[in-house]
Design a protein around this ligand. Structure first.
Ligand code: BF8
Length: 655
């Protein structure tokens, strides 16, 4: 294999398919990234295309420090400064991320209401306990009322959160009290999800908000409307409808495809169609139909966050993460790729032309030229999913001879919802985060890190997981979502045995005693709201300060690419978490904006941004931050005292 190819990924299944793509004459994202150099001015946030007087580009000369006079002259036609342009671009990205997660949350809420009212067969309320919790959060009367009445009220209240004009989002009350007060004091408590997105886009219009600090306030408010709004509503209502995840075994990587079965990939983000597909793929009638076409069965596998959703709830295997979406088609073994919304590359349509794969779009707002559009009908979900599956089965006879499925697949355990962690740590009758807090205080666990986000072909695919290895080696428990979770799962970090192999002695001893991996899969990107809840539960359990910013925790998205990732980072920062991004940083064109995000935010929010493309250096920065927080809490000494001999390990295992 050429050295140039080897540098593209650390995942051998990916490299195998890149070699096949090359010999098949197929171009994928890795090739396009090599051809398309990123615009250096856009990359530093210094290009403004918000009106037709421009686009205005105000590049930063790399060679020297700017004089005050030169800095003054860096202006767009309207006079916008480098700060205004960088802050506006940043806010636009945050607004787009909030819109994507929010619209996902809205669609889930609409389906939830249909299910509650009995207007759709196939979806129901599965988690009654969570329904009651939501009713309490929303101030809805429970009393002797029927489950249906409560569910309708919960659905209607959740739907109003999107279009609310004033007051504040109801889930903000879940945050630690001190944090809520801070948001109110700073004027960043979001009112309604849609309202914050609209105001963000109003402010970034030509000639409106031209104060970078004010623009970044709105970035916080919009991002919080995602984390404690759209994303949290999506997670909670999905759990209530489809079931709150609990530990589940599965496998990951391209090797989950089967030579002799109809392979169907479900790709995107919203789980409703995927839930139905998981059900109809087991229907004996459909399996019989597949056999009538010469296949031995139906093999469903996921891609991107839809994969995380049906993995968490059904153990459906994952074919791969974001950068493997074209490569799964290159195997020549995929009958259909069924997509909904977000992170779906237009390139899949071109790649599919070279094989027999049918790309089927299912959402009215996400069509792709060259794909077949079959809209998923939520009023009639069974028949709709069956019709889509039948198209895939019918395509099995068209599978050609140019088929090669890599052998790689890795075992994993997923399903670590916030509730499951609570239960696993504390037991059924005393479910709590107390044991986690105690182990942090006594130093066996140094801290907790959320490592989340995407793949990006600008750097070596999946290689950033060395950050995760470095963190667990240093006794930091890692929580993961999105495509980064998949990278760790492929590397074998999401099985309990990984604790002894990769984790430091303290973390390993706790994982072994509880029976959990050192890296916990918490779901899709919207499920970063689960990490907010876990952090809040740690604060509420006591002993680790009275706000999220006091906790020995850190966050990272070392291979990020999407606007959603930036929104997630911003809501973690505004919630008090130190957050490190890799790859590239979108405000380097303005020193003042970058200083505000990286330094002044620490004063304001107790959490701030950092940028470090080297994953090991970034891990060390996170560990340093965790140690700084331990010291402030006065628990740094406890950590120094812990020296594990075999006897102590045995004692812990006996707990
Ligand atoms: O929402 S991690 S590439 S799939 S954006 Fe997309 Fe990034 Fe993957 Fe999921 Ni999240």
């Amino acid at each position: 294999m050429a050295e140039e190819t080897k540098a593209k990924s650390i995942d051998s299944a990916t490299l195998e398919m890149l070699t096949k793509a090359e010999s098949d004459g197929v171009s994928v994202a890795f090739d396009r990234a090599a051809r398309m150099k990123p615009c250096p001015i856009g990359a530093e946030g210094s290009c403004c295309s918000n009106c037709a007087m421009g686009p205005c580009r105000i590049p930063l000369p790399k060679s020297k420090e700017l004089t005050t006079e030169e800095e003054k002259n860096r202006r767009g036609v309207c006079g916008a400064t480098a700060e205004t342009i960088a802050a506006r671009n940043f806010l636009c990205m945050v607004a787009a991320g909030c819109a994507a997660h929010g619209d996902h949350g809205r669609k889930v809420t609409e389906l939830f209401l249909m299910a509650a009212r009995g207007e759709t067969a196939g979806f129901e309320i599965k988690d009654e306990q969570k329904l009651l919790q939501l009713a309490l959060d929303f101030g809805i009367e429970i009393g002797q009322r029927s489950r249906k009445e409560i569910a309708i009220d919960v659905g209607e209240t959740a739907l109003k959160e999107f279009g609310k004009q004033d007051g504040e989002l109801l889930f903000l009350k879940r945050a630690p009290l001190k944090r809520q007060e801070l948001w109110r004091k700073l004027g960043v408590a979001p009112r309604g999800i849609d309202r914050e997105v609209v105001e963000a886009l109003h402010r970034t219009h030509m000639g409106v908000d031209q104060d970078y600090k004010n623009l970044l306030n709105q970035a916080s408010r919009t991002a919080l409307a995602d984390g404690w709004g759209g994303s949290m509503i999506a997670t909670e209502l999905q759990d209530t409808m489809f079931g709150t995840p609990s530990p589940v075994f599965s496998q990951i990587n391209l090797g989950v495809l089967k030579e002799d079965e109809v392979n169907v990939i479900i790709h995107g983000h919203e789980p409703q169609l995927a839930e139905m597909m998981a059900m109809v793929a087991q229907d004996p009638e459909m399996i019989k139909y597949a056999k009538s076409k010469g296949a031995k069965g139906i093999n469903l596998a996921g891609m991107c966050c839809t994969a995380n959703e049906i993995l968490m709830r059904h153990g459906v295997p994952i074919a791969g993460n974001f950068l493997q979406q074209e490569l799964v088609i290159v195997t020549g073994a995929v009958e259909a790729m069924v997509v909904d919304v977000q992170c779906i590359m237009q390139g899949i349509s071109d790649v599919a032309q070279c094989y027999h794969t049918k790309v089927i779009t299912t959402d009215a707002k996400a069509k792709i030229q060259g794909a077949t559009h079959v809209e998923f009908d939520e009023h009639n979900p069974f028949d709709s999913a069956k019709a889509i599956l039948k198209m895939a089965i019918d395509n099995y006879v068209n599978r050609g001879k140019n088929v090669h499925i890599p052998r790689e697949k890795t075992d994993l355990i997923a399903g670590f919802s916030h509730e499951t962690i609570n239960y696993l740590l504390g037991g059924l009758f005393r479910a709590s985060y107390r044991p986690l807090n105690d182990n942090i205080i006594n130093g066996r666990i140094r801290g907790v890190a959320g490592v989340v986000g995407c793949n990006n072909p600008r750097i070596t695919h999946d290689a950033q997981l060395s950050m995760v290895k470095e963190l667990i080696k240093n006794d930091v428990l890692v929580l993961q979502t999105g495509c980064m979770a998949m990278a760790s799962a492929k590397a074998g970090l999401m099985v309990p045995e990984a604790a002894a192999k990769y984790a430091g002695a303290g973390l390993a001893s706790v994982c072994e005693a509880v029976g959990i991996p050192p890296v916990l899969h918490m779901g899709a990107c919207i499920d970063n709201s689960r990490i907010l809840m876990a952090a809040t539960a740690m604060v509420k359990d006591g002993g680790l300060g009275d706000d999220i910013s006091d906790l020995p925790v850190a966050g990272a998205a070392p291979e990020w690419m999407s606007e959603k990732a930036l929104t997630i980072g911003q809501y973690f920062v505004a919630s008090g978490v130190y957050t490190v991004f890799g790859v590239t940083w979108p405000t380097t064109g303005s020193k003042k904006v970058t200083e505000l995000l990286f330094e002044e935010f620490e004063e304001t929010y107790g959490g701030m941004w950092a940028f470090e493309p080297d994953p090991l250096k970034a891990a060390r920065m996170m560990i340093e931050h965790i140690d700084k927080k331990r010291k402030a809490l006065g628990i740094d000494k406890a950590r120094e005292r812990v020296l594990y001999d075999m006897e102590m390990r045995r004692e812990l295992e006996a707990v």
